[in-house]
Design a binder for this molecule. Structure first.
Ligand code: P6P
Length: 336
């Protein structure tokens, strides 16, 4: 695939679609819809502190979490962008209990894709001006085209994904995504509203010296995780590692993919299933991790092999540089 630096995202999509002559172009249209919504949300995130769109709306989402105005705004914008183009037949969102079934009247589209999205991950950081992100995951439906989607279309293992990506609204706004042929990062030039290919063929360094975990939960972790954290802190070989934790999955994952590191959100005695959601946080990040020569596991199993049972199910999540995840697994296996 052509990786010409400074390609715009639009040029990149066209160039890479031409590599698949039989493609209908719907996946390209889908990524373009994500691109548009990302610009709209970025604009709002960047002015959040200036106008009355931060803070809570006095409602809670299905996770029982205080809904932020920007959560709801971002959710509406991504869903609107996808529905308006009639290229997806279903959407599931972290912000909504049930999935949305979409019937298209546009015969030009096979209408075969479904999207799962966490529209504004880490939104508790908005009020303190720490970066947040959007995470998306794309599958082909498995029920017949032309019939309403069912829960079965959404409960597919992560290895079935056709695309996944994230937008990180940080010091600069980036869109990073994969369609199964490597990972590429695009940085937004806000002056002209264009994403440029700034990080072609992103790869996790094989190892690193950053470990990322909320150490405030240390006493609740299972012994294997505790032992690994002590291993990271021991003065030996290339250690102690550096501890870095932003509390925003997209930002922590993105930093570790560039510098090398491991992100951990383990299960614990207070969160037996972990905290992160399998379908619209762990699966898309795991697809990106593996496409960038990293790993993503949940205890003993590969995240992308897990067969989901519920739309909003949580799962322990460990992802990052291959050698660091393999070393963690050695510690976990001692207690399995
Ligand atoms: P904790 C944000 O709410 C999130 O889902 C991830 O973005 C982040 O990594 C994690 O939760 C932070 O959780 O329990 O450390 O605040």
């Amino acid at each position: 695939m052509s990786q010409k630096k400074n390609f715009t995202l639009g040029e990149f999509i066209i160039e890479n679609q031409s590599a698949f002559p039989y493609s209908t172009g719907e996946l390209s249209k889908l990524i373009n819809a994500i691109r548009l919504a990302a610009k709209v949300v970025n604009h709002e995130v960047n002015k959040a502190g200036l106008v009355d769109i931060i803070g809570e709306i006095g409602e809670t989402n299905i996770q029982g979490e205080e809904q932020k105005k920007l959560d709801v705004f971002a959710n509406e914008k991504f869903i609107q962008a996808l529905i308006n183009r009639e290229i997806v037949c279903g959407i599931a969102s972290e912000e909504a209990e049930d999935f949305i079934s979409i019937n298209s009247n546009d015969e030009r589209n096979q209408n075969k894709y479904i999207v799962l999205i966490d529209p504004l991950d880490g939104s508790s950081n908005i009020d303190v001006n720490v970066s947040v992100g959007t995470i998306f995951s794309v599958y082909r439906r498995i029920t017949p085209v032309g019939t309403p989607v069912t829960l079965k279309d959404f409960l597919q293992p992560g290895k079935n994904q056709v695309a996944a990506g994230y937008i990180v609204y940080g010091t600069s706004t980036m869109l990073v995504y994969t369609t199964g042929h490597g990972v590429n990062g695009f940085t937004l030039n806000p002056a002209i509203g264009t994403f440029y290919l700034s990080h072609p063929e992103m790869q996790f360094p094989e190892t690193g010296n950053i470990y990322t975990v909320n150490e405030g939960n240390y006493i609740h972790f299972h012994q294997g995780v505790k032992d690994y954290i002590k291993y990271c802190q021991k003065e030996e070989e290339d250690r102690p590692y550096t501890s870095r934790y932003i509390g925003s999955l997209v930002s922590d994952f993105h930093r570790n993919m560039i510098k090398g590191g491991i992100y951990m959100y383990p299960k614990s005695s207070i969160t037996e299933e972990g905290k992160l959601r399998l379908l619209y946080e762990c699966n898309p990040m795991a697809f990106i991790a593996e496409q960038a020569n990293g790993l993503a596991i949940s205890g003993g199993s590969r995240i992308l092999d897990v067969v989901p049972t519920e739309l909003h199910q949580r799962i322990p999540f460990f992802s990052g540089s291959r050698k660091m995840v393999e070393k963690l697994k050695e510690f976990l296996d001692r207690y399995e």
